[in-house]
Design a protein around this ligand. Structure first.
Ligand code: 13P
Length: 251
């Protein structure tokens, strides 16, 4: 199973900035990325084409969208379909990032529709889950993970390839705060995710990747990816700079 080192650029970078960062990253990791590592960059829609051009031909480097709309085409003003994303070079998409759940109001059911539709239309999907600080304090971590996985994976097609369904555990309180989750917290949450995956996909759960996200930096990445059931990272702030993300990708 390849470790997946994923960048999420959120709503940062115009086309020129995105191109420069992606090229800088590629220069730094070219020829150095181990065989058992994969790099994914999730970029804003407007930057996908330029980032895709920078990644083209690079082994184990893929382009991702940060979102998709679960329909082939139609009257969905402002939305983007999986076919459009594939046309611009995406092979991955994120679904259910906590910012979309909390700011845009996406429900777990809608996130589940996106995951299923993206997979059926040939994209690998990174399903983001995670609890708020209030939920953690209330002892609801497992309840939240359970609910978000149940709804998010509800209609996954039976024949999916295990590497094409990725879970990103991102505790909301660790995102953009500099407060990385403790090792015990990560091990416990990822262990619970694996157990839940075993219930849902008894044949594939061990080949599915579980990423950690939330204040991952060059200085803490190696320790995090060495933990049980951590198969990579999803990185926000520290992925915006080529040098910083190259250190993470090669950690
Ligand atoms: P930070 O790495 O900035 O905490 O963001 C994490 C994240 O939201 C990745 O999707």
């Amino acid at each position: 199973m390849k470790k997946l080192m994923a960048a999420n650029w959120k709503m940062y970078k115009n086309r020129a900035e995105a191109k420069a960062t992606a090229e800088d990253l590629i220069n730094r990791i070219a020829g150095k990325l181990p065989e058992d590592r994969e790099v994914v960059i999730a970029a804003p829609y407007t930057a996908l084409e330029s980032v895709g051009a920078a990644l083209a031909g690079q082994a184990r480097c893929s382009l991702s969208a940060e979102n998709l709309y679960p329909a082939e085409e139609g009257a969905y003003t402002g939305e983007i379909s999986p076919a459009m994303l594939k046309d611009v070079g995406c092979t991955y998409a994120l679904a259910g990032h906590s910012e979309r759940r909390s700011i845009i109001g996406e429900t777990s059911e809608f996130v589940g529709e996106k995951v299923a539709f993206g997979l059926k239309n040939g994209l690998a999907m990174i399903l983001c889950i995670g609890e708020t600080i209030e939920q953690r304090k209330a002892g609801e971590v497992q309840k939240v993970i359970d609910e978000q996985l149940e709804a998010g994976l509800k209609d996954v097609p039976a024949d999916f390839a295990p590497e094409s369904v990725v879970i990103a555990y991102e505790p909301v309180w660790a995102i953009g705060t500099g407060e990385v989750a403790g090792e015990d917290e990560i091990i416990e949450a990822h262990g619970f995710v694996r157990k839940k995956l075993k219930n849902i996909f008894p044949e594939k759960f061990n080949e599915m990747r579980i990423l950690y996200g939330g204040s991952v930096k060059p200085g803490n990445c190696a320790q995090i990816i060495a933990l049980d059931n951590v198969d990579g990272v999803l990185v926000g702030g520290a992925s915006l700079d080529g040098e910083s993300f190259s250190q993470i990708a090669l950690a």
